[in-house]
Unconditional design. Structure first.
Length: 73
């Protein structure tokens, strides 16, 4: 089982969430505290989607995001 941690922190405007993979294989999801709290779960689930689809094994973040949004819709 993969460890997934999350924190609600201040992020730049327009950045709703982000996720980082650690060398030990765990993930940390950061949620923007400036976004309305009712959106936090949606952003968390978006990052979980990336983890489940092994998006961190790929390279181009723009392509990954575009593909992720196509898979979600």
């Amino acid at each position: 089982m993969t460890d997934i941690f999350y924190r609600v922190v201040p992020l730049p405007e327009g950045v709703h969430s982000l996720c980082r993979k650690s060398p030990d294989g765990s993930y940390t999801i950061l949620i923007n505290m400036h976004d309305p709290d009712y959106t936090w779960l949606h952003h968390y689930e978006h990052e979980i989607f990336h983890i489940k689809h092994l998006d961190f094994e790929n390279g181009d973040i723009q392509q990954i995001e575009a593909e992720a949004h196509r898979r979600i819709l």
